[in-house]
Design a protein around this ligand. Structure first.
Ligand code: DC
Length: 230
């Protein structure tokens, strides 16, 4: 029996990481972990408890105390995943525009990152995981067998996110989504701790014009080739 691998899928918001990572995990029979949901859960906890980002120590303490776990909703047959914070299902609550904005600032706090990276490493310790995020191939699992850096043009990413936001019943114009995205990209790529950058050994995939299935097939081919030592 081959040892299950660790697959890191990194990239900016709107590149299609979640869909690709989820499909890939299903095809491989691996666990799918959305690390961004963990930063979002800490942001939600900060909002609810009224701790401002100007108090990084207090927010780091919240992150260390947060019990975040994932549960597959296989019963409904969608492969969809529910996110729990301190035993409460927060799957929808972590997707509001307010939490989205705050999670970017929260993720720049070193104490938050170290608390969540430790939790992510524990979740993937046995391999057999597809983890998506920003620093999975660089910091969380630098020894991952396969690292993918998935991106797409800013306009394409904004269009996809706008569609998502509207589908969730929230309101925003494409211009607002693009503006928020540009600000978030700037923060995520320039922060001193774990900036969003591809790992040196990551495979770069530009998803403009590609359906998620096509990206998944490309990654599966690479996995297969590497498995055979190519
Ligand atoms: O992927 P997402 O939009 O759900 O992530 C929410 C925020 O968390 C985003 O601003 C980037 C940040 N993040 C991070 O810094 N490191 C990760 N591994 C995952 C997400």
């Amino acid at each position: 029996m081959l040892k299950p691998w660790t697959i890191a899928i990194d990239g900016p918001a709107g590149a299609g990481k979640s869909t690709v990572a989820r499909l890939l995990a299903r095809r491989l029979g691996y666990l799918y972990i959305d690390s961004g949901a963990m930063y979002r859960a800490v942001a939600l906890k900060a909002l609810r408890t009224g701790v401002p980002v100007s108090e990084p120590d207090a927010i780091s303490a919240l992150a260390r105390a947060a019990r975040i776990h994932f549960q597959m909703a296989e019963t409904v047959g969608t492969g969809e995943q529910r996110v729990f914070l301190d035993a409460e299902d927060v799957t929808e609550a972590i997707r509001t525009p307010e939490v989205t904005a705050l999670s970017s600032s929260v993720s720049a706090i070193p104490g938050v990152r170290s608390a969540l990276v430790a939790q992510q490493q524990a979740l993937g310790v046995q391999g057999g995981v597809v983890m998506e995020g920003r620093d999975i191939g660089t910091v969380v699992f630098p020894n991952a067998e396969v690292k993918v850096f998935l991106t797409a043009s800013p306009q394409e990413r904004a269009k996809r996110r706008h569609k998502d936001i509207v589908a969730r019943g929230n309101q925003a114009t494409l211009e607002e989504v693009r503006r928020d995205q540009d600000e978030r990209d700037e923060r995520d790529t320039t922060r001193p701790v774990s900036p969003l950058l591809p790992a040196r050994d990551a495979l770069l995939i530009e998803s403009d014009g590609l359906a998620p299935d096509e990206v998944v097939e490309e990654v599966l081919e690479i996995i297969d080739r590497r498995r055979r030592g190519g």
